[in-house]
Design a protein around this ligand. Structure first.
Ligand code: FMN
Length: 204
């Protein structure tokens, strides 16, 4: 099959990307609105950017009516967000938090997840998540306006929280102890407990 992106609907292109770029880590993004309402939503168009500055990127597309999702609106209004990771035991709650609630309703209340105050930024962390990255907004780039329009959000990590229970003896987060989920196409997910090791080649 050969496809010209210009000849297929935006929704079909999105589905192709969802099925091709796998597995994807999930940024479980907590934000707070100007009026103080907390918000929580998952985004799997997400990755790290680099360590200097310590930075991450995630990509909230516009809603079908062309408006920004609550997460993006809150980040643009306040300049702050927290990325929480999603272990397997929180998969159902993560999925529930993707519900499109009105901006004055919190996904924390919907899911029953506890919040815990962040150290630097105003949005709270997800208490049950073993790793949280407190971020301030570095860049927002809107690639296209209107329905389905893609946005790039670059965050500077200003504080890291790592649960000691997921650290190995060297102090790094261990994939097996984290037991995070990754998103595949459709309704499928994978787990970081299913893995293999590959040593880098040594230069002779
Ligand atoms: C696992 C998962 C990954 C998702 N990834 C994205 C994504 O990368 N970009 C996006 O725009 N929406 C993504 N969504 C959909 C959003 O979570 C959903 O639109 C949510 O309602 C947005 O919430 P908000 O309006 O509170 O920001 C994803 C949903 C799930 C369940």
């Amino acid at each position: 099959m050969h496809l010209d992106p210009a000849q297929i609907p935006t929704s079909a292109m999105y589905q192709h990307l969802l099925h091709i770029i796998v597995p994807r880590p999930i940024a479980w993004v907590s934000t707070v609105s100007l009026s103080g309402v907390t918000n929580l939503a998952p985004f799997s168009f997400f990755t790290g950017v680099g360590a200097k500055p310590p930075s991450v990127v995630f990509c909230p597309s516009n809603r079908r009516d062309g408006t920004p999702k609550d997460s993006l609106k809150n980040i643009l209004d306040t300049g702050e967000f927290v990325i929480n990771v999603v272990p397997f035991r929180l998969a159902e709650a993560m999925n529930l938090s993707s519900a499109e609630l009105p901006p004055d309703e919190s996904e924390f209340e919907l899911t029953g997840l506890e919040t815990v105050p962040s150290s630097i930024v105003k949005p709270p962390r997800v208490q049950a998540s073993p790793v949280s990255l407190e971020c301030t907004l570095m860049h927002h780039l809107a690639l296209a306006p209107g329905p389905g329009g893609a946005n790039i959000v670059v965050g500077k990590i200003v504080h890291l929280h790592l649960d000691d229970a997921v650290l190995d003896h060297a102090g790094w987060a261990d994939p097996g102890l984290l037991d995070l989920i990754g998103r595949l196409g459709g309704a499928s997910y994978c787990r970081t407990t299913d893995r293999f090791d590959l040593l880098r080649p040594s230069v002779p």
